[in-house]
Design a protein around this ligand. Structure first.
Ligand SMILES: [Zn+2]
Length: 100
């Protein structure tokens, strides 16, 4: 009888410890989840910034559609379509050779 009670108490104590461990693990997990979400958000932000940077660089550094070399934005010839959208970019010399 006495033995049984001891075992019972021991089991109770152990299960309490386990419960505490589970709770603290869950708590840590929740914390980690929060950090993961935070990192994901930062990652998204960086990705967005990077693609914006690439886009703006690509816009600044358009390539000549004739020779394929980088164009100086101040000296390029821009050909627009009927909607006014930029379709082709040329060096001034390259643009002139198109009509030779
Ligand atoms: Zn060119």
């Amino acid at each position: 009888m006495l033995e049984k009670m001891e075992i019972g108490e021991h089991v109770h104590e152990e299960s309490y410890e386990i419960k505490e461990k589970i709770e603290s693990t869950l708590c840590k997990l929740q914390e980690l989840k929060g950090r993961v979400a935070e990192l994901k958000q930062k990652c998204e932000e960086l990705r967005r910034m990077e693609s914006e940077r690439i886009e703006s660089t690509a816009q600044k550094m358009s390539l000549c559609d004739k020779c394929g070399h980088i164009l100086d934005p101040d000296e390029q010839v821009v050909v627009r379509d009927s909607n006014g959208e930029e379709r082709r970019h040329y060096h001034q010399e390259c643009f002139q050779t198109l009509f030779k």
